[in-house]
Design a protein around this ligand. Sequence first.
Ligand SMILES: [Zn+2]
Length: 260
Amino acid sequence: MEVTQHILTRSACYQAGRTIVPKGIMVHSTGVAQPDPAAFLKLWDSPEADACVHAIVHQGGVIQTLPWTHRAWHAGSPRNGGVSANNTHIAFEILEPKGHTYQGGAMVGYDPAANAAYFAAVYQNAVALTAQLCRQFSLDPMKQVVDHQEGCRLDIASNHADVMHWFPKHGKSMDTFRADVAALLKGEEEDTMEQSTFDAMLTAALARRAAALEAQPVSGWAKEAWEAAVAAGVFDGTKPQSPLTREQAAAVLARLGKLK
Ligand SMILES: [Zn+2]
């Protein structure tokens, strides 16, 4: 997943300069059929913009639009007096594809088959971004990742339907999303573990082989020559079957007077 940066420095949200200690991640989609991130960068990088998130997830990757610990404007006002997730959550907007409209918060004329590849790309990018943020801020993907709709039910966000008005059209939900983030994090841990386990095993195997060679007595066929070499002071008589390094070979040649 490619992450580029376009910090919305002209927005009043950025200018406010407030920070948060991230306690969760809130997933949004824009609620408009506009897949072009440039349209949102233009709209939001302005003193008049009244929304501002930490990142935009588009088909080709992710654009970070605020420092992750900046306080963003994405959750609005909870209906029952709760504390807005603006104060606690990192937020990103997933861009929706072209072709549909909205009526009463529901997508109209949305074609899941035509948008399957688009959805797979943005979903995967959102999973990868969320996993990266969970790792960076030590967040539990199963407990600390919600969408705007869940945020409303938890009374930490305004009454919006995203993203569960959209994900089920492609057989996905916030539950599959959290599980996919957790699986990605677990897979990365296992990869790391496997690599370190492999490195440790390789180091141990090499050390065992070196020790075994050091303990080997001189071979019968080489005994006479070896003893002569030791007697002549070319070798010290230890480790007859250990490999000879280039520096040791140079020292041997010097002892034999071959380098003058
Ligand atoms: Zn939203």
